[in-house]
Design a protein around this ligand. Sequence first.
Ligand SMILES: N[C@@H](CCC[C@H](N)C(=O)O)C(=O)O
Length: 267
Amino acid sequence: MKRRFHKMHGLGNDFVIFDARETPLALDAARARAIADRRTGIGCDQLILIEPSAIADMKMRIFNADGGEVEACGNASRCVALLAGGGARIETSGGVIGAAALGDGATIDMGEPRFGWDEIPLAYAMDSSAMPVGWEELRDPAAVNVGNPHIIFFVEDADAVDLERLGPLIEHDPLFPQRVNVNVASVEDGALRLRVWERGVGLTRACGTGACATAVAAIRRQLVRGPVEVHLPGGTLSIDWEPGSRIRMTGPATHVFTGEIELEALA
Ligand SMILES: N[C@@H](CCC[C@H](N)C(=O)O)C(=O)O
């Protein structure tokens, strides 16, 4: 049977989105990998499955290109908000988030960040706001869970970091029992320049949860004040947060095309 999908992106972080609210769709890791494969499948950074929810307007399930199911995706949340139109409460395995579509983008209430070492999670106890660890020139990071786990390094020049080499080393370090998304950021004129090595994908054009985690870590260190603009290779997000409150992320979402795929032909 052919299934309809939407190809969408948020700042170049791209998705294949299936609406499975009426007709269930079985997606395992092998099938997710086959669809995400840019040579033989449709190609995307993440696969998104919209399902019915008992506690919100809909449920969003997220699969990385490596087939692993994960808890949160900021850029996909804006795309799903655009598809839903208007406002929606979206259940994810990282928590319920609130979405409001606005023209060609959306504002998302991404919930409260978590800082406990066991909430990130880290393998052993330490202060997640100033971690006494380092990998080559990347030192003194902070870790934040915004539904999914992130580590953030503040550096002089984010563009100068060899993230393609260091990203996978850090992602797979035993300090992170669930692996981790790796962010390198520099402060520029009260804004943040950010590059992200995403867990289960690699370098992406943008990462919404990475922008949220980095803004929160930078505000906690008093490097910037919210709302802060976060400049990623694919474009800019605005992130607002103050200690004790929920994170708000605003940015664009783009519908590229609607297609059909014969799932049985894959994997
Ligand atoms: N691209 C996303 C994050 C997707 C999940 C991430 N790779 C993880 O494994 O946690 C975003 O925009 O937030």
